[in-house]
Design a binder for this molecule. Sequence first.
Ligand code: UP5
Ligand code: MG
Length: 188
Amino acid sequence: DDPTRHKVVFVLGGPGSGKGTQSARLVEEFGVAHLSAGDLLRAHMKSGSPEGQMVADMIKNGQIVPSHVTISLLQRAMDESGKHKFLIDGFPRNEENRASFEKQTGISPEFVLFFDCPEEVMERRLLGRNEGRTDDNIETIRKRFHVFIDSSMPVIQYYDALGKVARINADRPAEEVYTEVRRLFMEF
Ligand code: UP5
Ligand code: MG
C-alpha cells in the first residue's frame, strides 16, 4: 500500500469542542476513516503493558503522550483500515507531534478543521459527559485546557500560516456546527 496516496485531514480543537461528535457525522456521510488519537491511546492503556500504564498516567494528568507511541498507533490503524482518506482527531497536539508525524509518514494534511469553543462551554460539556473517562474531572480538565493553549494552539497557528486551517465556531448546537463542517469538507 502506497502511503503517498494517503489523504489526511486533522480535526483539532480544545477538549470537549466536539471533535469526536463532528468526525462521526463526517464518517457517516462521506465514508472516510476516523482515527481518534485519544481513543487509540485509551485502548492501548488497557493492554496491561508498562507502556499502557504510562499512557494511563499521562492521560489522567492531561499530558501529551510521547510522539513515537501515538504515531505508531496511528500508523498501524491507517495500515489496517484499508482506506486512504483519514480524519485524524485530536492529533497533532504539539510541534513535536506534528514534525515527527510529517517526517515519519511523509504525509502533510490536506487541511485542518479547527473547532473554536470557549472554555466555559467545553468545561460544561466535559463535566456533563459521564462516560467514565479518567480525565473528565475538574482538576484534569483545567490541565487539559492549559496544555491545549500552551502546546496545541501553536500547531493550529503553524497550519494557519500555510492557509490550511478552516475555523469553525463550535459554540452552537451540533447540528448547526455540522452544516458548516460538511460544507467546508466538500469545498476542499
Ligand atoms: N457535544 C459535542 N458537540 C456539542 C455541541 N455542539 N453542543 C452541545 N454539546 C456537544 O464532545 C464532548 C461532549 O460534548 C460530548 O458529551 C458531546 O455529546 C457534547 P466530543 O465530541 O467528545 O468532543 P471532543 O472534542 O472529541 O472532546 P474530547 O474530550 O475527546 O477531547 P480531548 O482533546 O480532550 O480528548 P482526546 O481523546 O483527544 O485526548 C485525551 C487525552 O489523550 C489528552 O489529554 C492526552 O493526554 C492524550 N492524547 C495524547 O497524549 N496525544 C494525542 O495525540 C491525543 C491524545
Ligand atoms: Mg474526542
